[in-house]
Design a protein around this ligand. Structure first.
Ligand SMILES: Cc1cc2nc3c(=O)[nH]c(=O)nc-3n(C[C@H](O)[C@H](O)[C@H](O)COP(=O)(O)OP(=O)(O)OC[C@H]3O[C@@H](n4cnc5c(N)ncnc54)[C@H](O)[C@@H]3O)c2cc1C
Ligand code: FES
Length: 521
């Protein structure tokens, strides 16, 4: 295709250092220039996920990692190499004339149904993080057969992490929450079957039965049905005003109730409960949080970050009832309060439980695919049946570093697994090598976490929590297994690479502000 776009002058070539991305502007467009192995590249400067500033990312070879949630892009083409970004960056040709760098935009090729014929049908159960990414990847890989996505929900794929953050806080509107506009699915040739709850999978016959009476045949099947919120087994959970939060419909119902309420109680002090508490405070509600632990999220972040989070919530007016559980939800026609395990009572017009999830695998009960309620897979996400793959919250995955079976409930990890499973479905044999990543936003704080620590035996800190610039390293048996960061983004991205490379940095070095962490990769 002939490029009719005009060349436009940007910066002097001398300003470009090897491996250091540089931001420039073309009118209103942010563009990032990068020099790698002597070549100069240019691409859109804002991450296609939430608009992260890519010039602040980490460039390694020709891969640029976004500083916000670690999406990766290939600077040679602008292509997404790892979610949470779904769309490629705009991409520019470059040339140097009289010491200045000129760029011109390369017309984008839109994702569409590949040409060619393929009589196979690949069926995906679930249109969440894993399912959608698998479907898009199948098309990117050139799979020309049918791609069917069945979901128990009545909505097109949406941004689940935003539900407890911007959506509940009233900052993200309903029409902004969808991951792709409806016409895009037709263009991609993806058949989305809403209100299709799978009830039974028969791997021998290669069929799936649905609650609506339909039965579908598949050549390959991907299971990506996620988790279902745990509901506390206490009196009062059927009263109007009691909620759990997993789906867009849940969030809409909570949001409507919040508009009429003045006081809310959140059961559970995990990241979901804390995000809900922060969002409801920003909408002016009085918020109580009840949780059995005495230090928030200590098993994930350790006491220093957990204690800091609690203080930040208290400064914002949240009232904690830690070391206690909820004995009963009280009310007549609606919820009006809670009775706690120590006999105390709290008034609340709405109650939201955030006490974890149960993997949704009941429809596999009669198959050979389950083990203890979850689905064990290999490094290509293949289950015990070679034509069935599984990803996300339901999948028990071998850790690429230790081989240890792990199951995490993270959006980005489920997306990356979905992408990788699609490669396996398309016949590409490559072992998965990603490091899990998640983030949480509470008020103006954004905490990132990468790795899989399990029960860590030591934490090393670098920086100062009160200055909101801290990196925490979680060690098990002398190996750095995971890192968390508030601020210190560049170091976090470097530490992520250290974890990925085997975590061989002694705690003393991790703590030493004078030690350049890049030396430990
Ligand atoms: C409010 C909220 C905020 C979150 N925030 C973050 C965050 O900030 N960072 C982070 O890393 N993680 C976050 N998570 C966790 C993250 O969303 C999940 O780990 C991730 O979505 C798991 O992806 P998945 O593909 O396994 O399942 P999901 O994304 O849950 O998708 C499952 C899909 O399967 C469908 N389904 C379920 N049962 C059936 C059935 N029987 N038949 C057909 N379809 C079915 C569902 O309708 C859904 O479409 C959050 C979760 C919630 C609820
Ligand atoms: S903004 Fe770039 S990964 Fe989220």
């Amino acid at each position: 295709m002939k490029n009719k776009n005009k060349w436009r002058k940007t910066v002097a070539e001398s300003k470009l250092q090897e491996g250091v991305p540089l931001k420039t502007r073309l009118g209103t467009q942010a563009v990032v220039l990068a020099r790698s192995e002597g070549w100069i590249y240019a691409m859109g400067g804002k991450c296609t996920h939430y608009g992260g500033p890519l010039e602040k990312g980490r460039l390694q070879g020709h891969i640029l990692t976004c500083p916000w949630h670690t999406a990766r892009f290939d600077i040679m083409s602008g292509d997404v190499k790892a979610p949470p970004a779904l769309e490629d960056l705009s991409h520019y040709e470059t040339k140097v004339e009289a010491g200045d760098v000129y760029v011109r935009k390369v017309p984008a090729e839109k994702l569409s149904v590949p040409s060619g014929t393929d009589s196979r049908a690949f069926l995906i159960l679930g249109t969440g993080a894993g399912g959608l990414n698998a479907a898009l990847t199948l098309r990117k890989l050139g799979f020309a057969g049918r791609v069917l996505l069945a979901t128990s929900e009545a909505d097109l794929p949406y941004d689940r992490p935003a539900l407890s953050k911007g959506f509940l806080a009233g900052e993200t509107a309903k029409d902004e929450i969808f991951l792709e506009p409806a016409p895009a699915y037709r263009r991609f040739g993806l058949e989305i079957l809403m209100n299709h709850r799978a009830t039974c999978v028969d791997p021998k016959k290669k069929t799936v039965e649905f609650a609506n009476g339909r039965r579908l045949r598949y050549h390959k099947l991907l299971l990506a049905t996620g988790g279902s919120p745990r509901v506390p087994e206490i009196k009062g959970i059927r009263l109007p005003g009691f909620f759990v939060l997993r789906s867009l419909r849940d969030a809409l119902a909570i949001s409507a109730a919040v508009a009429r309420a003045k006081t809310a109680a959140v059961i559970g002090g995990s990241f979901l409960g804390l995000e809900v508490a922060a969002s409801l405070r920003s909408r002016g509600l009085m918020v109580h949080v009840i949780a059995p632990e005495t230090v928030l999220m200590a098993h994930v972040f350790g006491p220093r970050i957990g204690g800091f989070l609690k203080r930040r919530h208290e400064e914002n007016g949240v009232v904690f009832h830690l070391g206690r559980t909820v004995a009963e939800i009280s009310g007549g026609r609606r919820v009006n309060g809670l009775l706690l395990s120590d006999g105390s009572r709290i008034a609340a017009e709405i109650v939201i439980a955030g006490i974890g999830v149960v993997p949704v695998t009941g429809y596999l009960r009669k198959s050979c695919l389950l083990d203890g309620g979850v689905v064990p897979v290999d490094t290509r996400f293949r289950t015990r049946d070679p034509n069935v793959f599984a990803v996300g919250d339901i999948a028990l995955v071998p850790d690429p570093l230790t081989g240890e079976a792990r199951r995490v409930e993270h959006w980005v990890e489920a997306e990356r697994q979905g992408r990788h499973a699609a490669m396996g479905m398309a016949g590409i044999e490559e072992a998965y090598r990603e490091t899990p990543f998640f983030w949480t936003n509470q008020y103006d704080l954004s905490i990132k976490y990468a790795g899989y620590a399990g029960p860590f035996d030591r934490i090393a800190y670098r920086g100062d929590i009160e200055a909101e610039k801290i990196l925490a390293g979680y060690y098990r048996e002398g190996i750095l297994r995971a890192v968390a960061a508030l601020g210190r983004t560049k170091e976090f991205l470097t530490a992520l690479e250290i974890v990925k490379a085997g975590g061989r940095i002694p705690p003393a070095r991790f703590r030493d502000p004078g030690f350049d962490m890049a030396e430990a990769i």
